[in-house]
Design a protein around this ligand. Structure first.
Ligand code: ATP
Ligand code: MG
Length: 336
């Protein structure tokens, strides 16, 4: 039986962080054995809100690939590729653009929140508003059935499936496949500042490549309970970032439960609590950082080159099916 296909990716706008790790990277590592997995570095998409700074995006491509390998994505099992190097994805986007209305794009809650956060004001780049259409191109080009992403991506998959249904109905074909979201247990890790989502752009994340000193600094800057002034004061668990992170990252759930009890009762200081989280994160991130440091840029480039070649031929095949379904064909019979 043929393996089911996975497609997912990340914008090279910075290094990957703990949110990526628990929201999507760990799923990719687990699923790569039983699925045919494609992982895309979405540099074209990253340009939609970084057009003035392409250098930043390009520099981050290999950083992101380094993070992939460091967490255990295996290039023998997973095809890693660079979005901008696959023209078929841009062509598919151009066709799909006609299957979505402007008002539908403007209703996308994730894009709406990002627009507000980025303060584009009246001049939202058209490419930014339309990036969910290019995501539909990415997903369908590989006929992906499963997309392991964080919760912010749910509206994108919904739109992608709308495009698939519309295309298949309109051109009386079944060449495009609908996909499903694969959500992890932590599909939205909060930021170290307590904001709803840890994000590269908000600079409120602990990065997989952070040094031990930076990790410690970030942990000690975390928001706890402003009313918890003295060690003996009872403290709040809810909204306390340190406990949220312990829930996600501390393997000893019993210890976390006991700490919560003590903290709520009074008698547990923030410094002790943060030191524990620091230990937990240092232990988890040290092997990732060491693996990352051992990778040469040449090796990462080779992985991307091979993966991109493979991905290119798959995407090209789907593009041909799409054009055939639409009857876009001029020269194949007449000129050889
Ligand atoms: P940017 O701020 O540039 O958009 P980002 O931190 O949101 O960066 P993306 O590259 O947009 O990262 O997201 C890559 C993948 O990681 C997506 O599947 C996204 O849902 C997931 N992801 C990002 N942040 C989190 C988070 N805090 N918790 C869970 N998943 C996340
Ligand atoms: Mg994002």
């Amino acid at each position: 039986m043929e393996k089911q296909v996975i497609l997912t990716g990340d914008r090279p706008t910075g290094n990957l962080h703990l949110g990526h790790w628990v929201g999507s990277l760990q799923s990719r590592v687990a699923l790569q054995h039983s699925f045919e997995q494609y992982v895309m570095v979405a540099d074209t998409q990253a340009l939609t809100d970084n057009f003035g700074n392409p250098q930043k995006v390009m520099e981050n491509v290999m950083e992101v690939v380094g993070d992939y390998i460091a967490v255990g994505i295996d290039p023998q099992l997973t095809t890693i590729f660079i979005q901008s190097q696959i023209p078929a994805l841009t062509e598919l986007t151009a066709y799909y653009m006609n299957l979505v209305s402007l008002s539908r794009l403007e209703r996308n809650p994730t894009v709406k929140a990002e627009i507000a956060q980025k303060e584009f004001e009246e001049s939202v780049p058209a490419g930014f508003l339309c990036y969910p259409v290019s995501q539909a191109a990415d997903i369908t080009a590989f006929k992906a059935e499963l997309v392991p992403v964080g919760a912010d991506q749910l509206p994108m998959i919904e739109l992608s499936n709308e495009i698939v249904r519309r295309f298949n109905r309109l051109y009386n074909t079944d060449c495009l496949k609908e996909s499903k979201v694969y959500l992890s247990n932590t599909s939205r890790l909060i930021g170290i500042d307590g904001k709803a989502k840890a994000s590269k752009s908000l600079n409120n994340a602990i990065f997989l490549s952070d040094t031990p000193g930076t990790i410690r600094e970030k942990v000690f800057s975390m928001f706890t309970d402003p009313m918890h002034v003295h060690v003996s004061d009872p403290g709040r668990i809810e909204g306390n970032v340190v406990f949220t992170y312990l829930d996600v990252f501390h393997d000893d759930m019993e210890e976390t439960a006991l700490l919560k009890e003590r903290y709520a009762r009074g008698g547990l200081g923030d410094v002790t609590l943060k030191s524990l989280l620091d230990d937990v994160l240092q232990r988890k991130l040290q092997p990732i950082r060491e693996k990352r440091e051992s990778l040469s840029k040449k090796y990462l480039l080779e992985i991307c080159f091979e993966g991109t070649q493979r991905a290119k031929s798959v995407a090209q095949k789907t593009l041909q099916e799409v054009k055939d379904a639409m009857g876009i064909d001029f020269f194949s019979d007449n000129i050889k």
